[in-house]
Design a protein around this ligand. Structure first.
Ligand SMILES: C[C@@H](N)C(=O)N[C@H](C)C(=O)O
Ligand SMILES: [Zn+2]
Length: 206
């Protein structure tokens, strides 16, 4: 397969918004722009994060609620070009494919409607410890994993509560960090690089 799957029905116009421009207190740790990821080398030329506007606004709402609890959102990934989903799929062994999306269908990341996140402590700015590492392909990533420390599980569950409390996002059960936006099916799978995103719609409508 050479390119993304074509939409089967009507789709909404893409309006990708850069998250740090909405609120600079949303922190970034874009591992795919570094060698510290499961590919072992950078697959993004820039450490940037975009979501479709309604998803970005919902993420901001979760971030603001988390701040009342002493935490902020740390973003590992958001919109992801389809070609990178294909790279992930091709290098992942068959028994680990639940941790990556099939490029024949496309990932919700490719639609600008999924986000990989963790938490940072407002008091120190440091990333928290979760029951497993980001992109760890083991049962420690499952949202039902009962191992790790009580504090790690509490933070994983706090993140999930923040993201699901308004019904806008829902967790991917195999990955504590991955959240899908409820309206993802309305957006097309895209393969444009970050540099081609206009950002014209970056300003948040009040
Ligand atoms: C690769 C991982 N971070 C991820 O996002 N997995 C889901 C299943 C996806 O690729 O959509
Ligand atoms: Zn993800």
């Amino acid at each position: 397969q050479d390119g993304p799957p074509k939409p089967t029905g009507a789709v909404r116009e893409s309006d990708l918004v850069e998250l740090v421009k909405l609120d600079p207190s949303i922190k970034l740790d874009i591992r795919y722009a570094t060698a510290n990821n499961f590919v072992g080398k950078p697959v993004y030329p820039e450490a940037r994060a975009f979501l479709q506007r309604p998803a970005a606004i919902a993420l901001l709402s979760a971030h603001r609620w988390l701040k009342t609890q002493g935490y902020g959102i740390l973003v590992h990934d958001a919109y992801r070009p389809w070609a990178i989903t294909k790279v992930f799929w091709d290098i992942t062994p068959a028994d680990k494919k639940i941790f990556v999306a099939d490029p024949a269908v496309g990932s919700k990341h490719n639609r600008g409607c999924a986000v990989d996140i963790s938490l940072y402590e407002l008091s120190t700015g440091k990333a928290v410890e979760m029951p497993g590492d980001y992109d760890e392909m083991s049962e420690r990533s499952f949202v039902t994993f009962t191992g790790g420390t009580e504090q790690q599980r509490k933070l994983r569950d706090l993140l999930r509560h923040a993201m699901e409390r308004e019904g806008e996002f829902f967790v991917y059960p195999e990955e504590w960090w991955h959240y899908d936006f409820k309206d993802s099916k309305h957006y097309a799978v895209q393969n444009i690089p970050f540099s081609a995103i206009s950002g014209k719609g970056t300003k948040l409508k009040k």
